[in-house]
Design a protein around this ligand. Structure first.
Ligand code: MG
Length: 183
């Protein structure tokens, strides 16, 4: 592995999906029916998967390079995350390697996703010196992460920067492969 170990933390609502799955399930789940509702939600183009081909490539490249990956979400429905990952097209192996940290920030302590990042680091037994990249559509989450010294990609819903930034990240991994072939 030539790419330095980094914890990759990826948000769910607004980032992996365009809409807000947590709110949708809260409004519609009268009993435990979240799987069927999740499929309904994903079928709606307006709120379904966001850039699934790009995100599939990202997850697979990170997994292949042995990078720790966490889904860091405020959602109260972590049980539907494997459905999202499977609909993106990821294999069971990749899905099983992804750690989920869910729940609201105040329950975890630090603001934004910083508590989620800490928990993910603990899960993967990563030291404080291991860098983290947060990919999240909420600018307050990315600001809190920046203030704590983490790298960020703002999954801006109103501009092309998200796709560009993920593309640049993938290019870094591709250039690592090229460099290692020449060395
Ligand atoms: Mg979000």
């Amino acid at each position: 592995m030539t790419h330095p170990k980094t914890l990759y933390c990826i948000d769910l609502d607004g980032t992996l999906v365009k809409g807000h799955l947590h709110n949708y399930l809260m409004m519609n789940c009268l009993e435990k029916c979240s799987n069927k509702l999740t499929y309904n939600f994903l079928q709606d183009f307006q709120r379904g998967l966001r850039e699934p081909a790009l995100m599939k490539e990202l997850f697979e490249v990170l997994h292949k390079n042995g990078q720790p990956i966490a889904i860091t979400t405020f959602s109260s429905f972590p049980e539907v995350i494997p459905i999202i990952l499977s609909e993106i097209g990821l294999s069971e192996d990749v899905i099983a390697s992804i750690h989920v940290v869910h729940g609201l920030a105040h329950k975890l302590g630090p603001p934004g996703k910083n508590g989620h990042i800490q928990q993910a680091k603990k899960h993967f037994q990563l030291g404080h010196d291991i860098p983290c990249l947060l990919i999240d559509d909420d600018v307050s989450n990315t600001n809190y992460a920046k203030q704590s010294g983490h790298s960020i990609i703002h999954a801006n819903p109103f501009g092309p920067t998200f796709v560009d930034e993920i593309g640049k990240l993938l290019c870094q991994f591709r250039s690592d492969v090229i460099k290692s072939e020449f060395n």
